[in-house]
Ligand binder design. Sequence first.
Ligand code: ADP
Ligand code: MG
Length: 271
Amino acid sequence: MSVIELRGIKREYRMEGKPSSKTKKTSGSVVVVRALRGVDFCAEAGEFISVMGPSGSGKSTLMNILGCLDKPSGGTYNLDGIETSKSDSDTFAYIRNRKIGFVFQSFNLLSRTTALENVELPLFYRRRKHDEKKSSSASARKELAMTALKEVGLAERIDHFPSQLSGGQQQRVAIARAMVNDPAFILADEPTGNLDTGMTLEIMGLFQQLNDRGKTVIMVTHEPELAAYTKRIITLRDGELVSDVQVHERRNALDDLAQWKKDHVLLSEDK
Ligand code: ADP
Ligand code: MG
């Protein structure tokens, strides 16, 4: 069974203002932007998918729908067996908190809070009604957060505050936070947009390792070089899914990181 099943997803934004080439005029000064025009898309557990497309093609709109931050104007979205478009707002929020792990370009960590506490945070939103008592005690939450931080290679840094960590380490904390609830998939929006080359390769390597261990990852990116580390690339254009290809020779980010480090050392010795 697919983890994600989108059928005929449409999203229209209605707004006041002048129509442009992408909008169709309606009565008065209201214009309708058709940001998604009927997207069909399925993802299986264990996939690593990049979402590409030029600016304005509908990537963020699609991410918001996949992340249950927004509902489509038309079509259906089945996530892990639940039809999200029919759910009430409580259930919708529950699905978002429990089934999806978010990773953002800007990390979005709480600055006065340690790495461990940042990772524990999503566990407070679990609702007893739905969840086993397993995660409800403080010690159980701490243990789940420790395990997630170990998985991203930060076991030694659990008491550090975000300002005491590098950008790459902060993003690792954010990835641990995204995983702590064991979500159906991780949704990453330009996760390396604020990182230099070395840290970018480290983070892509981490996503590859997590994916090799079975995590399902969907990542928005502008950069074809980063999409080359994923297993499948879908491309949007003008609100439509125009291509969907498997990556045959997936690059290995940690190999590229090792090579990059070599070149980097050589370059600085040349100077
Ligand atoms: P991308 O992330 O690929 O750049 P978006 O999903 O942000 O694309 O936008 C797709 C289209 O929808 C664009 O034409 C954009 O201007 C429009 N759009 C996005 N969000 C809104 C909104 N909240 N209100 C009106 N139009 C929007
Ligand atoms: Mg966008």
